[in-house]
Structures are given as structure tokens and as C-alpha cells.
Design a protein around this ligand. Sequence first.
Ligand code: ADP
Ligand code: MG
Length: 704
Amino acid sequence: MTDYHDILDTPIEYLKGVGPKRAEVFRKEFNIFTFRDLLHYYPYRHVDKSHIHHVSDIVEDGSYIQLRGRITGAQVMGQQRSKRLVAQFSDETGHIELVWFNGIKWVQDLLAQKQEFIIFGKPTLFNGRWNMTHPEMLDPQAKSDSPVPMGFLPLYNTSELAKKKTLDSKAVAKLTANLIPVVKDVIPELLPDEMLRNLNLMPLKEALCNIHYPENNQQLSRAVLRLKFDELFFLQLKMLMLKQINTKRIPGHRFEKVGHYFNTFYKEHLPFELTNAQKRVIREIRADVGSGRQMNRLLQGDVGSGKTIIALFTMLIAKDNGFQACLMAPTEILATQHFDKISKQLAPLGLRVEFLSGSTKTAKRRQILEGLQSGDVDILIGTHALIEDPVVFQNLGLVVIDEQHRFGVEQRARLWRKNAVPPHVLVMTATPIPRTLAMTLYGDLDVSVIDELPQGRKPIITRHLYEKDRLKLFGFMRKQIAEGRQVFVVYPLIRESEKSDLLDLMAGYEAIERDFPPPQYGIGVVHGKMKPEDKDLEMQRFAKNQSQILLSTTVIEVGIDIPNATVMVIENAERFGLSQLHQLRGRVGRGGNQSYCILMSKYELTSDGRKRLNAMVSTNDGFEIANIDLQLRGPGDIQGTQQSGMLDFKIADLAKDEKLVSYTRNLAIQILDDDPDLQKPEHYRLKAKVDELIRSEVNWSVIS
Ligand code: ADP
Ligand code: MG
């Protein structure tokens, strides 16, 4: 007996036209093993073969088109490698050139037999003339012997190797054409019938046929919508189910009260008024840590929005309830700065705050470890050394992770394994993840957003300058320094060529030293190859305004807070990613003074490079920047998401499908509100699919 699973699970080898050799290529190059896999190998585009166009319709940036006309002449041109056959092709509206580099003999024979053709290809403009290389040549009179129907022709991604082994897009198209009649009637529906009706979605069976061979444009868009819907909806449903499972399974410390430490600090030591957004986030956190379940919260806020103070209040709540807290930062410099600031702020409260990093000396380390175990240390601040094995707390109640994207998922997971009752977790990120991404990636976390900057901040003025403007730049720096301000100058550091990057930095140093001679000016240098002590010393000098210019590689990217610095100069700005540029810019504009970000670049820029710099000049809004970044790079490149593989969508596009992401998320929430375990009979299809997804999930449930 055959049921549908058997057919969809059939090894690809047994599809008509495949066989063992092509099956091997399918497995190696496409990761396609079964009929099902090929069915879900969607074309990236279709070409419309249902229409015949005219030469006069050809437009620049156009796509593949089909023309009907006559060959009026053909010549072989060029020698050896540049040898090619050029033919003239005309219809009643104009003419274009057809070019072949390969198979010249074959084409010559063809042209000798006939003159009238339907040609198909992509016109390009070359030396002011339209031409088409290697067009497909069809005889308008001949009956098609290929199983590929006319109409919309699917184009598939293939690799060079696959093409060599005869699996080009056209071959794949023939195979999907063979496949569809075989599987058509056994494709199971995943959504409840009622949902299909209510949402007016195309049934999955039809969608999967139409995504390959649509009847018309409208059917194609409906198929695309249905498949995008499935990808996003089931991901959301899965993430929300996981979150439910976790919150049920993972109890948390109940922080019942806000007490002495919180109140004293709030009333007597808070150096400013909190913004409304900060107050709201603190309320959200209080509700969360008081609920008796483990908090897993992501705090998003643009650079300078004041996340640190939130961390501090949350740690005080932990303390008020008799628990220890720790704060982890991704770099030594940043951790040190947090430590300096927080220990100063908390000094009047009589709390013991310690610092731990890889460079903490053995004796000091032992002392701290003892203090943690005995409960004498209240708050621990440091780098990821905090989660290493010998660190044992007496009762750790809260972990704050700053700039989370530097911490791997694996590192987060370690915290869980170490503690019987896991601590509450607050992850802070200044990389404003676009909402769509946050909702998807952190669909199982709660998200708080600080969407308001402290009062009195002046928007940073951003300018893009070239090398010829350097004198102007130096003049401007001199003026700012004369007014008592300080300047960052940042050089890119790309790991593979650290040496030459360092040379850039040193050359820059010499140039600046010539124009800003000591003792009138102090210049500091910080780079990744320095010893932590030396780095620290330079940073301290700059923080105390003993140096006015700080040259550095991107080690200062995250977190550093020096309100008196008003100018951020970024050298070779075109080499930075957009979110990195925005992070760097966030190092200035932290005090009351007008601040500036100067992007230095060479003249010739790639189109993406120019778009990045233009984006920086045109907006200060981190979320807008993040969205542009997403559009330029695609979600696969957003930091911290590569390894997860979660965003490898086949068809959905987070940059474009923002609305569908929110829509499917809300829908998933509604369904689970009504039926948390998907027990209702009408939800059995959903449950089956989600169970399957959760089963195939590696480790996620341990992580958050
Ligand atoms: P980020 O969110 O980038 O970590 P920080 O927490 O470092 O930002 O805060 C940036 C600066 O703004 C710090 O100097 C901090 O003391 C200050 N700050 C934070 N909140 C407020 C506020 N409500 N009013 C005024 N200044 C604030
Ligand atoms: Mg910060």
C-alpha cells in the first residue's frame, strides 16, 4: 500500500529523467534527496513565455523576453577565444544582434535551414546596440516536444558544477515538470480548511504546483503568498510554542519586592530624570521578575538611549530580594567602563561590586571567587570570563548581557546548565534589530524597547568627505579641540589583514601628529594588539581629557561613554558595515554639545558602499539604519544570525515581508490564546506540523 508520504519521500533518483548520476549532483549541489525536496526547490523567477514581444519593447534593465522575427544575416567574427557568431535579427519594429560564443557550427547549420524564429533571451546593451547572447531558438511552426509547457517558465538557481553535469536551469525545469503530475494529488494540506477559507489562501497543493508552473501572474502571486505564509506562520507558531513550553517548565526566582537598594538609589543617587521609555521598561522588567517564571528579555535601544541604567536598576531589584547579579560585556574595555561607572554609582549603597576578566590576577581572582561563593560579592561585572567553569555564585538571580550579538548562543546556554533554578536573563542590544527580525529571531523572548533618547540630545551632524577635504577636516578638529572638545579617529580592522590595517593606523598617527604637535595636543592610540593594561591606560587618559584625539581600530565600537567627545572621524568608512558605522557614531553626541560624525572615504565607491554612506548622512535613526542594512545585505548577514540558520527562508524575505511577519505572528498568538496546546480537533494539522518542527530543532529549547 502506498500512502502519500511514500511518494514524496521517494529518492530523487527514481524521478523520470534523473537516474543515479544526476541524483548524485542533486544531492551534492542542491541538497535535494527526495521528490519532496525538489518540490520545495522553488524557482527564483519566472519568464513570461506566454507573450511575444517586439524589439521596440526592449527596455534597459529588462528581463528575459521572447521575440518573433527573421534572421537577416550572420557572420563569424574574431579569432580564437573571442571568436563568435553574430547574427542580425529583425521584426517589424526594429533589429538586434544575436551572439554565440559556443556551438557556432550548430547554430550555423540551424540558420542555414530556416530564417524565421521565435527567440528567447535577455537583451543587453553593448556598444550602444542591443544584443542577446546565446538566445534560445524556436521554430514557430514546430510542435514542442518538450514536456515544459509554454507560458510561464521557471528559472532555477544552479551551480557551475551542476551545469557542467547537465543540470542547468532548463534541465531542472524539465524535471519539475515531470515531478508535478506524479506528486500533485498526494501533497498534504497543512492548514485547517477553515483557516484556508477565512484567509482566502491558496491550498498548498495548488500553491506548490503554481510556484513552479503558474497558469498566470495572479496564480503565481497567490502561490507565492501561500508559501511565504507557511514559512513565517509555522516559524512563529513554533517559537511561541517553545516559549510556552519554557515558561511552563522553567520556574524562576520570584523577586517579590522593590526595596531599600532600589528606592534609595532612585530617590537619592539617580543623576537624571528617567525617560518615559526607561520607566516603562523598568515596569516591564519588574512584572516579569516578579511572576515566578524565569525572565528572558531582550532590551533593545539605540546607542545612547540609556540601557545601562536599566541594567543597574534590575540588579538592584535582585539585591533587594537577596540575590546576586552579574553583568557581562563583550570586551575588556567596555566591561571596565561599566565596572568603573557602576561601582562608583553604587558606592554610597555599600554594595560590593567586583570585576572579573581573563586578565584578573590569580590572587585577586581567588579572592573574588571566594566572595562569590560566600555571597560577600553582590554584583559581578566582567567579560565572558564570568561564565567560565570555576565561577560559582552563592545565589545568582540575574544575568545581564550587554551587546548580546557578540555572545554566541552556546555561551548563553552555559548559564542555564550551571544553575538549578536559572537566573533571570536580560539581554541588551544596541544593534537595533529590525522589528521583523527581532520578532522572528527572538520570537521566544520578550522584547522591551527604549524608543526615546534622553532629553536635550542634539542630533549628530553627519558629513561624508574625501581625501581632498583633509585640511578642512583637520581645521575643524582644531576648532573643536580649542572649544575644549575631544575627537575619535577610527580605522577599520579586518581580521585577515590585521598587519596592513595597523599600518593604516600608524600612518594616520604620523599625519595627525604633524598637524597636532605635542605638547599642545595629546594623542592616544588604541588597537587590538595592545596589552589590556596599555589599552586601559590610553582610555583613561582620554576619559580624563589628558589626550584630545584618540586614534583607534574598532575596539572602541561598543559602549564606550565619553560625553566630552564630540567628533567621530571614521577613516575608510566605505569598509565598514552600516550597523557598525551607526554604532561608532553613537560614541559621540552623549553630552549636551553638538556632535559630528565625519565619514572619510575614497572617491570610487561600490554602489552599496555609497548607499551605506548616504544612509548615514541622511538619518540618525538606528531602526531606519537597521532596515536599510537588512535590505542591502539580506538577513543572512545580520550579526549573530548566521550560525542559527533560522533565517534561511526559501521564499519569505524579512526585508520585504514585514507586514506578513506581524500578521502571521498575531495570528499564531490568537490561535494559541484560544488553544494553547493545539488540542482542538480543528488544529490537528497545525499540531502535527509544529511537533515535527520542534522535533527537528537542535537544542533551541535549552537556550532560551
Ligand atoms: P546605551 O543605551 O548606549 O548603553 P548608556 O546607558 O551608556 O547608553 O547611556 C548613555 C548616556 O546617557 C550615559 O552618559 C548615561 O548616563 C546618560 N543617560 C542615560 N539615561 C539618561 C536620562 N534619562 N537622562 C539623561 N542622561 C541619561
Ligand atoms: Mg551600552
